[in-house]
Design a protein around this ligand. Structure first.
Ligand SMILES: Cc1cc2nc3c(=O)[nH]c(=O)nc-3n(C[C@H](O)[C@H](O)[C@H](O)COP(=O)(O)O)c2cc1C
Length: 204
């Protein structure tokens, strides 16, 4: 029986989720992504990459995983340095950036962000998503999904936010946002190996 369990364990595919979340919004998204992978019989390790994280010796090896999910909040239109540093340090050390063309795949990945989008809405998530996609692919994981959800900006004054693009911004990500992301991740898993999920279907 124990032998059988060991065999099952080694056959299980492995997902790594790394993200930076200051106030918990992106962490909620990371948690639902993790749940979907677990429900689909994957193993899943998840790390919040905070300031002071040891980027030279992270507690994981990217090459140990079959699927990589990277996420963050949006700061001044982009992901914060913490999450970029850990990805860039590893790809630089592996020589992938220095030594020419990188062909992402066959391993897959996805990028996710939460953002306030006060002025322009979903557009404000796109540069961060695309930069995370770029770094994911430098690590050779082919990006097959870009997911975003509005997230409450903790420093916003409640009396200002009704005029923001997402007037209900103070209660985002909502249950609806989380359900939408859950379905999108399930679809990505169902479609594994196919082309990217259209960005537009994940930004509202
Ligand atoms: C310092 C700072 C700068 C931010 N800049 C932006 C921005 O440029 N565009 C945007 O849409 N949201 C911006 N936000 C809002 C956050 O991206 C949003 O609230 C996010 O959901 C926070 O995620 P977290 O709870 O995982 O930290 C900013 C938040 C902070 C704290």
């Amino acid at each position: 029986m124990e032998k059988q369990n060991k065999k099952t364990r080694t056959l299980q595919k492995r997902c790594l989720i790394i993200y930076t979340s200051y106030s918990g919004n992106t962490e909620r998204v990371a948690n639902i992504i993790r749940e979907v992978f677990l429900r689909n019989s994957w193993t899943c390790d998840s790390f919040n990459v905070k300031q002071g994280f040891d980027v030279e010796t992270p507690p994981f090896e990217f090459e140990d995983y079959d699927f990589l999910c990277v996420g963050s909040l949006v700061i001044w239109g982009l992901p914060p340095d913490e999450i970029l540093d850990v990805m860039r340090t590893v790809s630089r050390r592996a020589g992938w950036v220095a030594y020419g063309k990188v062909v992402p795949g066959p391993k897959l990945g996805l990028a996710f962000v939460t953002y306030a989008g006060a002025h322009l809405g979903p557009k404000e998530a796109i540069p961060a998503l695309k930069l995370l996609e770029l770094e994911l692919e430098h690590l050779k994981f082919k990006c097959v999904g870009l997911l975003s959800a509005p997230g409450k900006y903790i420093r916003a004054a409640p009396h200002h936010t009704p005029t923001w693009y997402h007037g209900d911004h103070m209660v985002r990500p909502s249950e609806e946002d989380i359900n939408r992301i859950e379905k999108a991740v399930q679809k990505i898993l169902d479609d594994s190996g196919e082309s990217s999920v259209p960005l537009e279907s994940h930004c509202d």
